[in-house]
Every structure is written in structure tokens, then in C-alpha cells.
Design a protein around this ligand. Sequence first.
Ligand SMILES: Cc1cc2nc3c(=O)[nH]c(=O)nc-3n(C[C@H](O)[C@H](O)[C@H](O)COP(=O)(O)O)c2cc1C
Length: 145
Amino acid sequence: MKIAVRYQSRSGNTRKIADAIANSVGVTPMDISVPLGEDVDILFLGGGVYAGKCDESVEKFLRSLRVKVGMVYCFSTSSTYSTILGPVKKICEARGIPISDQEFHCPGSFLLLHRGRPNQEDLRKADIFGTNCKVWAAVATESES
Ligand SMILES: Cc1cc2nc3c(=O)[nH]c(=O)nc-3n(C[C@H](O)[C@H](O)[C@H](O)COP(=O)(O)O)c2cc1C
């Protein structure tokens, strides 16, 4: 199964989650500026939330995607419950890229809020999320064949 992890992170919070997910599925996480060079079964796509939106680089990455993606799973950090799933889903649906409603989110430190987050427990949950997504994708592939 081909898996890729791409993330955008201004202050490093989402990058920690990217590292945990990538570690759980055995790949190297890469910055959103690195395009996907080959078809993948799973794309873990992450970013922070800024002024209620995802960073422009995440949208740009999706709009310039030229390879086939079996399923996108989003992950994000923010200081509220806001996630990047909404804006990412909009672009994916417009481009016919399958995207899951299952996402990972945890608080990310911002000014005086959520100091120390993501913490070890967040990273443990991100690890489980990565493993679960891999299993869900395998089950979906199995039931299609
Ligand atoms: C300029 C800026 C705008 C932000 N706007 C929001 C926001 O609208 N909603 C929210 O929940 N968090 C907001 N945050 C908090 C970030 O989403 C949070 O710190 C996140 O963990 C950042 O991820 P990163 O370290 O990967 O960049 C904002 C942070 C910054 C720096």
C-alpha cells in the first residue's frame, strides 16, 4: 500500500502530528511544498487553522495534484475546534478526489492557549489514527475486489 504524508505548519504544532502519523504508517512526512510524484492509496494531509481557514499552500497543493489518490485523510491543529476538513473537502469534491470524513484534530499551542499541545497523549492518539486509517483503506480495497 502506497502512503504519503504532506503537512503545512507555521509554528511546528501540526508537524508533530505529521511525524506521529508518518511514523505509525512507516513513511517519511514531507512539507506541503513537495508535490506527490506517484499515485498513492492514502494521502494524509495536514495543516493548521489560521483566521478560520487552512493555509493557502494546502489549497495550492490540492489544486495542482496530478496523480491519483485513493483516499485523503485530514489532520489539523488549532486553538479551537476548527479543522481544515471543510475547505479541503470542498476542493477534493470539486476535483473528484475521495476524502474521508474521519479526521484527526487536537489543540495546538497559540499565544497563552493550550501550552504544551500537542502533548504525548495527542501524539499517541495521532499514531492510532494513522494505524486505523491504514486498516480502513485495506478493508475498503478488499471489499472492492
Ligand atoms: C495568524 C494565526 C491565526 C490563527 N487563527 C486561528 C483560528 O482562526 N482558529 C483557531 O482555532 N486557531 C487559530 N490559530 C491557532 C493555530 O491554529 C494553532 O496555533 C495551530 O496549532 C497552528 O499550527 P502550526 O503550528 O502547525 O502552524 C491561529 C494562529 C495564528 C498564528
